[in-house]
Design a protein around this ligand. Structure first.
Ligand SMILES: [Fe+2]
Ligand SMILES: [Fe+2]
Length: 305
């Protein structure tokens, strides 16, 4: 493959993590025994063309990295929830999320190993978590990260992941997606519980600021989906060895590929993916935001929504 896809700055680092092993791993395994219970070693790739397997290595390497970024973003959000003295039950629910995400990293990573190994992926460690404006009111700062990571990113990904799971045929991939869907169900609700707690505390300017933050995340989603709407071969494939948008918020990767229509290894055909994704935006993001008096469309129109 041409190396033109590797136009990344020198300070980018390869995404490459492993296990320490020993007593630390035993504690981790005890906390999440479902990882070892997956049907590892059952993947039969004999019926798949090389190109599809290569694509699967790329898609699942990206999935592992997105889960990793989401874990980091959940950790940052958690820190901000502590900072603003959020209710104990809200913080308590959120404490589980980084562990969930690191389990998802391992699930995706072990699947990649069974597919033949990870694709090289380099990223900017300084952009691992969303950037926030310094010197902002702590509650507004907390609300911004919750809005971006949970009310948009995590919320929209849940119906997409659920559809990916329903579409998956291969037992190992179905088991992995099923586990992720089960864990993520609560992740998509936390943002709205947060707004139920403190949404009324924001004045008109602050609400407009948060609607703008949501709108920017939604725009990134629409942009990423639009590359699937172009005819095959015209997509801007930046993920093979490249890096995602450094200001992107994780959680909404979905699993799809524009140039494949059948026999997938965990992603949906585009004609199922796109309507699922747009419906997820309506039902899982915009509707619950509107119900709480936040309308990102006040910031700017959202085409098709
Ligand atoms: Fe996850
Ligand atoms: Fe999540």
């Amino acid at each position: 493959m041409a190396t033109s896809t590797l136009r990344v700055p020198d300070h980018f680092e390869p995404f490459d993590i492993g296990l320490l092993g020993g007593p630390g791993e035993q504690v981790y395994r005890k906390a999440r025994p479902e990882v070892d219970a997956m049907p590892w070693g059952t993947l039969d790739l004999s019926g798949f063309p090389e190109a599809t397997i290569a694509r699967a290595r790329r898609v699942w390497t990206m999935a592992a990295f997105q889960e990793y970024r989401t874990g980091a973003a959940c950790s940052l959000a958690l820190q901000h929830l502590f900072r603003v003295q959020a209710p104990v039950d809200l913080i308590g629910v959120a404490t589980r999320f980084p562990l969930d995400e690191i389990v998802h990293v391992e699930l995706c990573g072990r699947l990649v190993a069974e597919l033949g190994g990870a694709m090289e992926l380099r990223h900017d460690p300084a952009s691992l978590v969303p950037r926030l404006q310094p010197d902002m009111d702590p509650l507004l700062q907390c609300a911004e990260i919750i809005m971006r990571v949970f009310c948009v990113g995590e919320a929209v990904s849940i119906p997409i992941l659920r559809a990916s799971w329903q579409h998956a045929q291969i037992p190992l991939i179905r088991a992995i997606l099923g586990r992720i869907v089960k864990d993520e169900a609560v992740h998509g609700q936390l943002g709205f519980w947060f707004l139920d707690w403190c949404g009324d505390a924001f004045d008109a300017d602050e609400r407009a600021y948060l609607e703008g933050a949501a709108h920017r995340e939604i725009s990134k989603l629409l942009q990423s989906w639009s590359r699937f709407e172009r005819p095959a071969g015209q997509g801007d494939d930046t993920s093979a060895g490249g890096a995602p948008d450094p200001d992107d918020v994780p959680g909404a990767f979905g699993l799809s590929d524009a140039s494949d229509d059948a026999g997938t290894l965990g992603w949906m055909p585009v004609d199922i993916y796109l309507p699922t994704a747009h419906k997820a935006l309506d039902d899982a993001v915009l509707a619950p935001l509107l119900a709480r008096g936040f309308d990102p469309r006040r910031h700017a129109p959202i085409p098709g929504h």
